[in-house]
Design a protein around this ligand. Structure first.
Ligand SMILES: [Zn+2]
Length: 306
């Protein structure tokens, strides 16, 4: 069972005792404090997660600069890169200049590795190009189209949810692999990530094939969180049953959203990224909204306990 405790910059201030001369109440946003992992990467896990970050331009630069600043101030073990890494149509080879134009120029001077998932726009090119690029890249890690790795006290299952713009799907050989991995004893935190949302208040919306074909498997397999993108906004969805879903698709462009669907507890049509600190028994989740020319704002923070 997972308990979500949350705080948002938009929440009203807590009730205060009446005083004869009340002092100005500071904005609630000022009370949000970023999670701070300890110094030992073996004792906890600290992850930035962002998707749809490959459009280039001012939006991508603003988010990349905000991530760099965030990770200069606190530990980041890796970046979970949630697909649609190279707009508009992926790469044709590992030497394709799009890797420079849509990735490298934004991450100069950054030394945190990226563990990369494929999105539908990556499938418009040759996905093998992104795997081959990983063999020589300073930052890009992608050992397979879908894969598992461990970091600190957590395990990560990276999925390829496929080429469709209309919703994700996990089937066949990949589904059999996933079920095999989930049958193994879980690490203290079991996190899965990929490109398409299961549920979403965004313009693309939910993925019916993931609702029926993936969510029950995650639930039975002890997956605590599903991190995804595809819809270009930030959202946290909690239906009271694992996994908690977090959409972080504001990596280079922001889009409007629809009214919040059931379970949506934080929703912002914003550029930005997510930050997750996993410790024994508690996970700290923070959502950072970014504006071009306007800096970064910690807009949401919550804790999961289990
Ligand atoms: Zn997409």
């Amino acid at each position: 069972m997972i308990l979500l405790v949350l705080a948002c910059a938009g929440d009203p201030p807590a009730a205060r005792a009446v005083t004869p001369a009340p002092a100005p109440v500071p904005p609630v946003a000022a009370t949000l404090v970023a999670p701070e992992p300890g110094p030992d990467p073996a004792a906890s896990t600290a992850v930035v997660f962002v998707g749809d970050a490959g459009k280039g331009g001012a939006g991508q630069k603003a988010v990349a600069d905000a991530v760099k600043a965030w990770c200069a101030a606190r530990r980041c073990d890796f970046v979970a890169y949630l697909g649609d890494n190279l707009y508009p149509a992926g790469a044709t080879s590992p030497d394709d200049p799009i890797f420079r134009d849509r990735f490298e120029v934004y991450w100069e001077g950054f030394d945190v590795p990226f563990y990369v998932a494929l999105g539908n726009h990556d499938h418009m090119g040759d996905p093998q190009a992104e795997l081959d690029y990983a063999k020589t890249s300073r930052l890009w890690r992608m050992p397979a189209r879908w894969y598992r790795f461990e970091q600190g006290i957590a395990e990560f299952l990276v999925l390829d949810t496929g080429p469709s713009p209309d919703g994700g799907k996990v089937a066949g050989e990949q589904l059999a692999w996933l079920q095999g991995e989930l049958a193994r004893p879980a690490a203290p935190w079991r996190v899965a990530y990929g490109h398409h949302p299961i549920h979403s208040s965004g313009l693309h919306g939910a993925s019916p094939a993931l609702i029926t074909g993936l969510e029950p498997i995650f639930r039975d397999g002890g997956v605590d969180l599903w991190l995804c993108g595809h819809d270009h906004h930030l959202e946290v969805l909690d239906d009271g049953v694992a996994p908690l879903e977090v959409i972080s698709g504001g990596g280079s462009a922001a889009r409007k959203v629809k009214p919040p669907v059931a379970g949506s507890v934080y929703l912002a049509p914003s550029l930005g990224f997510g930050y997750l600190v996993l410790e024994p028994g508690v996970a700290h989740l923070a959502m950072v909204e970014v504006e071009v020319g306007g800096g970064a704002k910690l807009a949401w923070r919550s804790e999961l306990r289990k």
